[in-house]
Write a protein that binds this ligand. Structure first.
Ligand SMILES: Cc1ncc(COP(=O)(O)O)c(C=O)c1O
Length: 358
């Protein structure tokens, strides 16, 4: 892979050691150009028949792109606005009843915990927690669903492989997974995979995806049928939802944003996803080693792209690094500062971070 070309494709890296794709990935020149031309076109052509044709053209292409990355059938992939929306659609659509238990990990992201709280308040489900690594063994007869990260946002640990052997559904929060590490939804053995477009896919905020295993598609009710969800939207009260995952598409996503999401994806796909994943994981592992050599305690992690280390004052350390042109973040309520390492980074970025540590 031409790593220098991948780096040069992302303008923020010209001046910054940008290590924050776990929040939002770097936007590429191609994505920015698509944003400019896409909005320009809408302005000059107006938003009429041609605009609708753009919508009809972009949705299957973006769905196909996400499906390739999930190793999934596009018919099982819904286009959503973010990971959280995908989670909301699954939790709200499943027939979970009072007394049903959802098992999760205590340090999951609010994007998962918030929708679980809603379910507890509205439907009377119970929520129990166990450490991510121990979730499979913590399942009990009343457990109806396991909902957890594919990649932990705090430590970069991977969901344990034994989740694939459970005979109850598993919802994976893939916000830190898709685009960052190889994903094969069948191999993961999950029933649902929720992901973000703006993080490791380097797309715009307001894009994301939801994969639903075919055997679960009939058991997730759509959350209100909008135009995009109807196979025959003009059939009035006789209208019916799409039989495939389009029934779970977001109510609306701007055409321009979907075009940018695809342009961003195409840049990374052009370098080869396998190479992108491999390089990012190798750089992240090397940063973890460098931090240990600097006497830092690195959070127990997996072969992922997130590297968190303990800091006496995480917000102050993140702010100090920002002053040195190194963009990382602290994680509230944890002792950690987190670096998100992408294939677009290089050894110079990692040295800059290590050099700026106190
Ligand atoms: C593990 C995890 N889940 C969910 C989210 C929320 O993602 P989104 O904004 O796409 O809903 C994040 C964002 O940081 C995350 O790290």
């Amino acid at each position: 892979m031409d790593a220098a070309a991948l780096r040069a494709a992302h303008p923020v890296l010209e001046h910054t050691a940008y290590l924050n794709a776990g929040t939002c990935g770097p936007l590429s020149h191609a994505a920015l150009e698509q944003a400019r031309s896409g909005w320009e076109r809408a302005g000059t052509e107006g938003r009429s028949k041609g605009y609708y044709e753009r919508y009809m053209a972009i949705t299957p292409r973006l769905r196909d792109a996400y499906a390739r990355l999930l190793a999934a059938d596009p018919a099982d992939v819904a286009l959503t606005t973010c990971t959280t929306e995908s989670i909301v659609r699954v939790l709200g659509g499943l027939d979970l009843k009072p007394g049903d238990e959802v098992l999760t990990a205590p340090d999951e992201h609010p994007g998962l915990l918030g929708p679980l709280i809603t379910l507890r308040e509205r439907r009377g489900i119970t929520i129990r927690t166990a450490p991510l690594a121990d979730l499979a063994g913590a399942v009990e007869p009343q457990t109806a669903l396991v909902a957890c990260s594919h990649v932990s946002w705090t430590t970069g640990a991977l969901a344990p492989a034994d989740l694939a052997e459970l005979d109850i559904p598993v919802l994976l929060d893939g916000a830190q997974g898709i685009g960052a590490v190889p994903v094969d939804v069948d191999a993961l053995g999950c029933a649902f995979y929720a992901g973000s477009g703006q993080k490791w896919m380097c797309g715009p905020v307001g894009t994301g995806m939801l994969w639903i295993a075919p055997q679960w598609s009939g058991r997730v009710e759509p959350q209100g049928l909008a135009y995009a969800n109807l196979a025959d939207a003009n059939a009035g009260l006789q209208a019916t939802p799409w039989p495939d995952a389009r029934r779970h598409d977001a109510t609306t996503i701007a055409v321009e944003q979907m075009e940018v999401a695809l342009a961003a994806h195409d840049v990374l796909e052009g370098f080869g996803w396998a190479a992108v994943h491999e390089r990012a994981a190798a750089l992240a592992a090397s940063l973890a080693d460098g931090l240990r050599e600097h006497g830092r305690v690195v959070a127990p992690r997996g072969a992922t792209t997130l590297v968190s280390w303990e800091s006496e004052d995480p917000p102050a350390e993140a702010a100090r690094l920002a002053q040195a042109g190194v963009v990382v973040r602290n994680l509230p309520t944890t002792p950690y500062v987190r670096a998100s390492v992408g294939a677009w980074n290089d050894a110079g970025d990692l040295e800059r971070l290590l050099g700026a540590l106190g």
